[in-house]
Design a protein. Structure first.
Lengths: 217, 547
């Protein structure tokens, strides 16, 4: 079956197989991009390019294999310099607090930068700390090419750019957060600024362990 | 083939950085308008017109004793006033479905092993009760969707608790009861509806769940549209009935071979990250891929429904024969109108009469879609020539005389009394710079209605598409509306929009003014874009009817 991932790779240099699975591959690679093949399977493997990323705690990881496969996750895109980053972080931090220690155990939160030139792991770590981000929520960066690939895969389709385009680092997908279960393929979206309790409830929908969620944000 | 990534890579190189630092390069991280449409691999090639059209069975009532526990009147407004005369049970489940001899055993959802689900034949004055069980597996098994459902009967005049509100979902192992009184709004015969459809409406998961198979038909009959083309009542309309009254549910589906199956086995593919809308390259009719239907040289009534998820269809007959259009969104027009083609946005419906008596056995007529659409946000505007084949009608010999008729007049529209209007509101559907679909700049909040209408009043709503690149078919639950103006002009007579409707197709920058009432029931309902991918990105508002 010719997969979309094969279509994307059609123009790329074929990297030797040993480099694919080894964490030791050069971060930037020859062309600033890494090969996308995944060792894992699952209904979502094809929709998440398995690029190498670096977390704000300076771990290297393959996006799908190491961070997403087998998990219930949230994924959003933003940049530390984006004009809306403060509002988004304030609301998502409230969600993390509502979920408590379930984040990092039952739900894994990921924020991917669209400004990788500026948002190095150190910058992301400082940003996360400043906003009160707790464990279980990782901020990811990588090569510009790979971040482009991720944004284009997780928010597919041409977008109309409304007001505010041209803010440094403001992606056109900043407002939506993908959430779901990579085992079952149940994936939906919520608005990053929606009511935190309404957001937190969604994890019970996609297979999250049932538990009590505090009523107040 | 130059990929989008190659284009962007060249731009980055041109900007003079391997690690881009310029604003221009940062801007390249968002896809620009005009870049390549989605590049999902094409579905396996199939032979057209070899699969017979599937026609779903008619729903069969069960005795009241079959419902255990029995219905609870306290859960339904006006239950005893409209006591059900028939009871139905539907069971939602997963099964392997043959769309086509070359697209077999596709994992599919439906009711009682059928997709579309059984067709309801309901009658005004005869309330019914439907208990729907969720027997779906806890793991969807499709690679998409959520096996938690809430079924909306679009656009019936139903109390809120039976309307399939997006958050009234039921999980596997539970059931939800729906009371369908089959009454007209305000007791006005002119508010009668005819062809309705039912489908899942699950918050955040409507698009994949309907795509998986959760849609079906519901016909409402009365003494005039009586489901009997040989009706002895001289007032009866005697439209084509029985085997000559055929629903056609359109869903465009994308397929891939099942890597774990036989050579003809396939999977339906749905990418939940396709934000502007999901298109499939295989037209299916009643979950049959590019089927054929044998027709006698006589009149047929076809109830054509665009079931989504996102495509606009422009339907033509290959011989150039016109359609006789008799309904729009389940509402009879005042008089039949002849149209060269049917323009259907998601959720729009037309009943048409096609008279095949001008053909002889052996003739073949193809139904084609000629509206080009390459990305989810709307048609390009090009009319394709040749069109995309949707199905073929194969003429066979007549078996009995055709006693059906097409009346010259159906019924008038309900009158609009502007003195009933207590308020005017404006709703702007748009997409903001943060990538959020909004209505009046607001996100959907299920805890707070965006509007509360007093039961029994009327309002004028102006609905505007704030974008210049998008098409939004906007749907309002509960009552039909009438269009007062479109872009400043009234709808001319003879236009299929000159009738009551429940879906309004807003093209770029379009604005419509509508008249609507809220009668007979109370509670929460929604208005939303019916490109269900947009709907799942919260392009929706809650509104309530209050005492």
């Amino acid at each position: 079956m010719k997969s979309r991932r094969n279509v994307l790779a059609a123009g790329a240099l074929a990297l030797p197989a040993v480099a694919l699975s080894a964490r030791g591959s050069t971060f930037l690679g020859d062309e600033g991009k890494t090969e996308c093949k995944s060792n894992k399977s699952g209904p979502m493997a094809e929709y998440f390019p398995n690029v190498e990323v670096i977390t704000h705690t300076k771990e290297r990881a393959l996006l799908y294999d190491d961070l997403l496969a087998g998990k219930i996750v949230t994924i959003n895109f933003m940049s530390t310099r984006g004009a809306d980053s403060g509002r988004l972080m304030e609301n998502l931090v409230k969600v993390q607090r509502l979920l408590g220690d379930r984040v990092g155990r039952d739900v894994f939160m990921y924020t991917i930068t669209t400004d990788p030139a500026h948002d190095t792991p150190e910058v992301l770590a400082e940003f996360a700390k400043r906003h009160g981000v707790g464990p279980g929520w990782k901020f990811l960066t990588g090569t510009p090419d790979d971040m482009t690939t991720l944004l284009g895969s997780i928010f597919r389709g041409p977008h109309e750019h409304g007001r505010g385009v041209g803010h440094v680092g403001a992606p056109c997908a900043a407002g939506m957060v993908r959430y779901g279960n990579t085992v079952t393929g149940s994936f939906g979206s919520f608005a990053a600024l929606a009511r935190p309790a309404a957001i937190a409830e969604r994890f019970t929908w996609v297979g999250f362990r049932k538990g009590s969620i505090p009523k107040t944000a | 083939m130059t990929t989008r990534r190659d284009v962007l890579k060249l731009s980055l190189v041109a900007a003079g950085a391997g690690l881009a630092t310029s604003k221009k390069a940062l801007g390249q991280l968002c896809l620009d308008d005009g870049l390549a449409p989605y590049t999902v691999p094409p579905s396996p090639t199939i032979t057209p017109f070899i699969a017979p059209l599937y026609i779903p069975p008619i729903a069969r009532p069960v005795p009241l004793q079959a419902l255990s526990p029995p219905p609870d009147p306290s859960r339904h407004q006006r239950y005893n006033e409209f006591l059900p005369q028939k009871y139905y049970i539907q069971r939602e489940g997963a099964f392997a479905w043959d769309y086509h001899p070359q697209l077999r055993r596709v994992p599919t959802w439906g009711w009682d092993g059928s997709s579309p689900g059984a067709t309801f034949h309901a009658y005004y004055g005869e309330p019914i009760f439907v208990r729907r069980y969720n027997d779906l597996p806890p793991d969807p098994g499709l690679g998409f969707g959520l096996p938690s459902t809430t079924i909306h009967l679009h656009n019936s005049h139903t109390a809120s608790e039976s309307d399939g509100y997006p958050l009234d979902f039921k999980d596997p192992g539970t059931f939800w009861d729906h009371h369908y009184p089959n009454i007209t709004a305000g007791g006005d015969d002119r508010e009668k509806l005819t062809s309705l459809w039912y489908h899942d409406h699950r918050m955040d998961f409507t698009a994949p769940n309907v795509y998986a198979g959760l849609s079906g038909f519901y016909f409402l009959f009365d003494e005039l549209d009586s489901n009997n083309e040989n009706d002895p009542n001289p007032a009866a309309w005697r439209l084509p009935s029985g085997q000559y009254d055929i629903p056609l549910m359109l869903h465009d589906v994308q397929f891939a071979r099942n890597p774990n199956g036989g050579p003809d086995d396939a999977l339906a593919i749905f990418n939940p990250f396709q934000t502007d809308g999901w298109l499939g390259d295989v037209p299916t009719v009643n979950r049959t891929a590019v089927p054929y239907l044998q027709v006698e040289p006589r009149k047929y009534r076809f109830r054509i429904q665009n079931g989504g998820p996102s495509r606009n269809w422009g339907l033509f007959l290959s011989t150039g024969q016109k359609f006789t259009v008799i309904t729009s969104d389940g509402n009879f027009l005042e008089t039949p109108i002849e149209r060269e083609w049917l323009n259907l946005a998601v959720a729009e419906r037309h009943d048409v009469i096609i008279d095949f008596s001008g053909y002889k056995p052996g003739d073949q007529i193809v139904l084609e879609n000629r509206l080009e659409m390459i990305e989810g946000r709307g048609p390009t505007g090009r009319i394709l020539d040749p069109g995309i084949p949707v199905m073929r009608f194969d003429v066979v010999p007549l078996t009995a005389p055709d006693n059906s008729q097409i009346p010259s007049y159906f019924r008038p529209k309900p009158p609009i009394d502007l003195k009933e209007v207590v308020r005017e509101r404006t709703w702007v559907f748009d997409y903001d710079d943060m990538g959020l679909w909004t209505v009046n700049g607001m996100l959907f909040d299920d805890a707070m209605p965006a509007a509360e209408m007093k039961q029994g009043t009327a309002e004028i709503w102006t609905i505007r598409n704030g974008g210049s690149n998008w098409t939004h078919p906007v749907h309002i639950h509960f009552e039909e509306f009438q269009i007062l103006e479109r872009n400043g002009h009234p709808i001319p007579p003879g236009d299929p929009y000159n009738t009551k409707k429940d879906v309004i197709n807003l093209g770029p920058n379009d604005e419509v003014k509508i008249f609507m009432r809220w009668r007979d029931f109370l509670g929460r309902y929604v208005m939303h874009c019916h490109n269900v991918v947009h709907e799942d990105h919260a392009m929706m508002i809650r509104w309530d009817i209050v005492p």
